[in-house]
Design a binder for this molecule. Structure first.
Ligand code: PDD
Length: 287
């Protein structure tokens, strides 16, 4: 079955899906995106993804390309046309097309692209054998709370991780604290058995998985602390893990080739992965 993409009002074969050479997303990274997971035909945390998209757009003074109801219809239609029951929905909005010039052009229409792709998500919480992480300097701009398509530092960090045989790169601020991963949020378990992740501010992306994991933990009597942690603290923590839309909850078993805990995903990590899987299979918002 050939894939279909949505591009500015049209459903087109993926291989023919094109944007204009003067799209500002392409020329200036002047745009934002969302990635949502689809589980059992449902868009997980749909409302939260929509709210974050609107917030990112607002921060950049880009208009939402359409009202909520037609937007939700396009999301469903792209999933239907690509027959995605389990997979990923990708949404990108750029400021639009205009003659290249830095300031915002007047009377410009935002450009909207959506794609969907099937993926076989794991269903067994114990399927995670744990991931290796490396640390690199966080060289990004200071508005990481905006989910901008300007991802070059993230790409370079992830490539460095791959080159070193690791799954993810944890990004380090000037003071030796971990901000987040190149495409995920970073967590540890402290010596008192609380789970710890950096507080929200413009230095990290407010992950939708992060928010859901915090809620699930608290509902299940697990204490969560939102504060910075250093690389040294992570290295001596009993457990570490990462979260994102496409990685769900994954154990971090080494950082820079030094084992975290006993070098396997720890009990709280596995518990959170289990709770998150349960949430995805049951409670994600309904299509
Ligand atoms: N990335 N931090 C960064 C820098 C990210 O790029 C992501 C997600 C996250 C986790 O956010 P969420 O839980 O909402 O997925 C944190 C997506 C998956 C991506 O770029 O593919």
């Amino acid at each position: 079955m050939s894939r279909i993409a949505y591009v500015n009002g049209r459903y087109v074969p993926h291989s023919e899906a094109e944007i204009h050479v003067e799209d500002r997303g392409y020329q200036f990274a002047d745009g934002v995106y969302e990635v949502a997971a689809i589980c059992l035909g449902r868009i997980i945390d749909e409302e939260q993804h929509l709210e974050r998209l609107k917030r990112s757009l607002r921060e950049l003074q880009i208009a939402m390309p359409m009202a909520d109801a037609p937007f939700a219809l396009v999301c469903r239609e792209i999933l239907r046309q690509n027959r995605v029951r389990d997979g990923i929905l990708y949404i990108q909005v750029s400021r639009g097309v205009a003659r290249r010039d830095h300031p915002f052009p007047e009377d410009i229409e935002p450009a909207l692209v959506m794609t969907a792709r099937a993926s076989n998500w794991p269903t067994d919480p114990d399927s995670d054998s744990g991931s290796k992480v490396i640390s690199v300097d966080d060289i990004r701009w200071l508005r990481r709370d905006i989910k901008s398509v300007s991802l070059l530092p993230n790409v370079l960090a992830k490539q460095e991780a791959r080159d070193k045989g690791a799954y993810e790169a944890w990004l380090m601020d000037d003071e030796g604290f971990v901000t987040e991963g190149s495409s995920s949020n970073a967590w540890i378990v402290d010596l008192e058995g609380r789970i710890v992740t950096r507080e929200l501010d413009p230095r990290i992306l407010g992950g939708i998985t992060r928010a859901t994991v915090i809620e699930l933990a608290r509902k299940n009597g697990i204490e969560v602390v939102e504060r910075k942690f250093s690389l040294d603290e992570a290295l001596s923590a009993p457990e570490a893990f990462l979260t994102s839309t496409t990685s769900f909850v994954r154990g971090v078993v080494s950082i820079n080739d030094k084992a975290v805990g006993d070098g396997t995903p720890g009990p709280l990590t596995r518990r959170m992965r289990g709770l998150y899987f349960e949430f995805c299979r049951g409670a994600g918002s309904n299509i």
